[in-house]
Design a protein around this ligand. Structure first.
Ligand SMILES: *Cc1c(COP(=O)(O)O)cnc(C)c1O
Length: 224
């Protein structure tokens, strides 16, 4: 293995305060790398392509908790619904409904995060705060007994300006508090603030992240 997966994993772990969970983002990396991290006790892994994920699920131990972290097309939900532990980037009511449908078929409850679009740069995905309020206000999700909304996910702009990144994370943090109070006040499970990747997770943690998604820093650069 060219990359010191175990050493990097432990370095990232040591830098995280207690209570912040680590999603090891293993997309585009071989199962061998995932297994190395698994042997160090890592159990949560993030993938963003359905076929790659399905292959790895078959190759690797059953007690791994797989997160789907990328953009998920509605027609792919049925393939991952039997086993996925969390879908981290729900950005439409349509996708939420499909997750409900497939989760019900599998007789399980699927945990999800709503993806916020706060970054100042243009990206295709994520709900603006207004769209997110609208979705929650409409209330259709309340009938979705096989879906559990566990929190919010967002990505900061991919820039070198730490202050801009911090501003974006803090906007997400405040928005989380608003949503928590308005819609999930009594719900213990609504507690995840998933922000922070390899380049910005220390700032994300300072801004209240409970769940960082780190790939490159653990597994090295991805070969696409
Ligand atoms: C790939 C990816 C990550 C990990 O990015 P790194 O910079 O390699 O840490 C985190 N979150 C999402 C949504 C991703 O697609």
């Amino acid at each position: 293995m060219e990359y010191d997966v175990k050493g990097n994993l432990n370095e990232v772990r040591r830098s995280l305060p207690e209570g912040v969970r680590l999603v090891a983002v293993s997309k585009f990396h071989p199962s061998e790398y995932i297994d190395a991290a698994y042997q160090e006790g890592q159990r949560i892994f993030g993938e963003s392509h359905e076929q790659e994920l399905s292959r790895k699920v078959n190759e690797l131990p059953d007690d791994i908790r797989w997160h789907f972290i990328g953009h998920l097309q509605t027609n792919k939900v049925k393939y991952i619904a039997p086993y996925i532990s969390m879908i981290d980037a729900v950005d439409s009511l349509k996708l939420l409904k499909e997750i409900q449908k497939q989760a019900a078929k599998n007789d399980r409850v699927i945990d999800v995060l709503l993806e916020l679009h706060i970054a100042e740069e243009e990206t295709k995905y994520g709900l603006t705060p207004d769209a997110c309020r609208q979705l929650l206000e409409d209330g259709e999700w309340r009938e979705m007994t096989n879906v559990r909304i566990c929190g919010l996910m967002m990505m900061a702009s991919n820039v070198d300006d730490d202050e801009q990144i911090r501003r974006e994370f803090m906007t997400a943090r405040r928005f989380f508090d608003e949503v928590k109070e308005r819609y999930f006040a009594g719900a213990d499970y609504f507690r995840e603030r998933s922000w922070g990747m390899s380049d910005d997770y220390p700032i994300a943690v300072e801004c209240g992240s409970t769940m960082v998604r780190v790939g490159t820093k653990i597994f090295g650069p991805r070969v696409y």
